[in-house]
Write a protein that binds this ligand. Structure first.
Ligand SMILES: [Zn+2]
Length: 117
């Protein structure tokens, strides 16, 4: 994931958090902004905007955002589906419960099946 916020990222953030752009720019220049948290907020917001009117399918929105921000599709999924991260899924190989995070990370396999792969 990119380490610095661009001018357009700052503009989006300004609209989301209601803090003037010049203050955000100063904080950003001083390295006082948690870039990855900010990008998570921006990406989640953009995802919601993309799928809101139904013009963009969820899976297409994920691909689009991945390309735009230069991060993998599974990382985008982790960001936008964060609230669902604690829901349990089942390993397709042994039916053991796996977290959604691992489910996305290891093609659904639990740790032991992933090691045997
Ligand atoms: Zn398993």
């Amino acid at each position: 994931m990119k380490k610095n916020l661009s001018a357009s990222d700052i503009q989006v953030l300004e609209g989301l958090v209601n803090i003037p752009e010049d203050i955000l720019l100063t904080l950003n220049n001083l390295g006082l902004i948690d870039t990855s948290s900010v990008l998570n907020i921006i990406i989640r917001n953009e995802y919601q905007t993309l799928i809101k009117d139904g013009s963009c399918l969820k899976k297409d929105a994920v691909i689009l955002l991945g390309k735009k921000y230069g991060i993998s599709k599974s990382s985008i999924e982790i960001i936008v589906y964060k609230k669902e991260m604690n829901k349990k899924k089942q390993c397709p190989s042994c039916n053991k419960e796996v977290s959604k995070y691992k489910y996305l990370k290891n093609d659904g396999l639990c740790d032991s099946c992933n090691l045997k792969k």
